[in-house]
Design a protein around this ligand. Structure first.
Ligand code: CP
Length: 336
């Protein structure tokens, strides 16, 4: 197994082999133990991560910021409107400057049709790793924490495990597609039997779905698409009901930013897509309920489920810290 991840960009798990993902997870388990034992682990002393956030964040920002501090380094929190990006400085120039100053550039940019392109442009000109903190297509940090959480409950061999990923009703904002897309891409590589449920028109990106189907064929997993929310719950070991923007409910998804209200009207036609006790009862008895958070309480999920015995959402959130640290250790440090 190759262990050399130093200097690699982390934009999607799809660009890493299964062995490399397993190495990230093993590193995260090790760092979680060290954190639990209060054992110092300064594996990245004096290293700097530049974090550029185009969008709001609680877990991602703080898992990187706390994580790099615990590893002996430091993070700069940067907002594009306070940078020369605001005056049009190009991603290439931004990447070249930060490559002279520090050790990684970490970015959240979720604007549909724009975010991933921006990260790719940075990566092209960066000699230090570009870490994706969520874009419009992928959220690799989240899905690493998700798979770790699932393994903690069901063991490392996930072959044949039944996971239901479902769209759910929310009004707080049009959530990116990147969480469910990253989940179908990675879960199928672990041989998981994935059911993806969403109302007609709330499709994920066709190329991503095609790739996930290929992953399933190669790795012995399964990806079934349905338009009935209950199908994602029946006999499921893991349920992940979460909203995403219905960008494909309009004729031109690239205009999603200008047509938010129109998309929201489509969202409001599906208020019954909610995770409640009845739905949890059709999942397996020892099933777990997951959500990347923040959740729209009362809409995506009722309080008695998210605060109930099946819920592992805070374990999942905690694992964001350990997996983020693992990615930083391996890409910013690791074996020279
Ligand atoms: N799950 C997640 O990415 O959370 P934040 O938006 O708070 O970073």
């Amino acid at each position: 197994m190759g262990t050399l991840l130093r200097s690699r960009h982390f934009i999607t798990t799809q660009e890493f082999t299964r062995e490399e993902i397993d190495l990230m997870l093993d590193t995260a388990y090790d760092l979680k133990l060290k954190f639990a034992r209060d054992e110092p682990h300064p594996l990245l002393p004096y290293k700097t991560v530049f974090m550029i956030f185009y969008d709001e964040s609680t877990r991602t920002r703080n898992s990187i910021e706390a994580g790099i501090t615990q590893l002996g380094g430091h993070a700069h929190f940067l907002s594009p409107d306070k940078m020369q990006i605001h005056h049009g400085e190009t991603p290439a120039d931004t990447a070249k400057v930060f490559s002279r100053f520090g050790h990684a550039i970490a970015v959240r940019h979720c604007q549909f049709g724009v975010g991933n392109k921006y990260l790719r442009a940075l990566a092209e000109s960066s000699s230090i790793p570009v870490l994706n903190l969520q874009d419009d297509i992928y959220h690799p940090m989240q899905v690493l924490a998700d798979i770790m959480t699932i393994q903690e409950h069901f063991g490392k061999n996930l072959h044949g495990l039944k996971v239901g990923i479902s769209w759910a009703y929310a009004e707080s904002h049009l959530k990116p597609l990147s969480v469910p897309q990253s989940q179908i891409l990675l879960f199928t590589r672990y041989g998981i039997d994935v059911t993806l449920a969403y109302p007609e028109g709330f499709d994920l990106m066709p190329d991503v779905v095609k790739q996930a189907q290929k992953n399933a064929e190669l790795m012995g997993g399964k990806l079934t698409i349905t338009h009935n929310m209950d199908d994602a719950f029946i006999d499921a070991d893991v349920v992940i009901p979460k909203s995403w923007g219905g960008f494909f409910t309009i004729d031109d998804p690239m205009k999603a930013g200008e047509r938010k209200e129109e998309i929201m009207e489509r969202v409001r036609q599906h208020t019954d897509w909610r995770c409640d006790e009845r739905r949890m009862d059709i999942a397996r008895k020892n099933s777990i309920y997951m959500h990347a958070l923040p959740a729209d309480r009362g809409r995506e999920v009722v309080d008695s489920v998210i605060d109930g015995p099946h819920s592992v959402v805070f374990d999942e959130a905690e694992n964001r810290l350990h997996t983020a640290k693992a990615v930083m250790v391996l890409t910013m440090g690791g074996r020279p």
